[in-house]
Design a protein around this ligand. Sequence first.
Ligand SMILES: [Zn+2]
Length: 88
Amino acid sequence: MNLGTDQHKPKVLSKGSQRIICPTCGNDSDFLEIADGVLITSNYIQNSDGSFTLDGDDSQVLGEIKFFCGECNADLSRFHQHFMEMLF
Ligand SMILES: [Zn+2]
């Protein structure tokens, strides 16, 4: 989303570090991501002895993903894109 211009950078992000800081309470360490309507599909293989082995899963978010401050629960969804870029 960043097209190379700093013009629209939110003021709560300090210049060098680019850390997300809650504008309401100042929290910069504890965040919540909440996804609406998650479809979780898991593949299982049945073994010859009747037991099952998980063979991977494919989860899809059908609804909206929201991003909240973990301290005061302020809606920080406008920072979610940044969060995704910084998620390792
Ligand atoms: Zn907060």
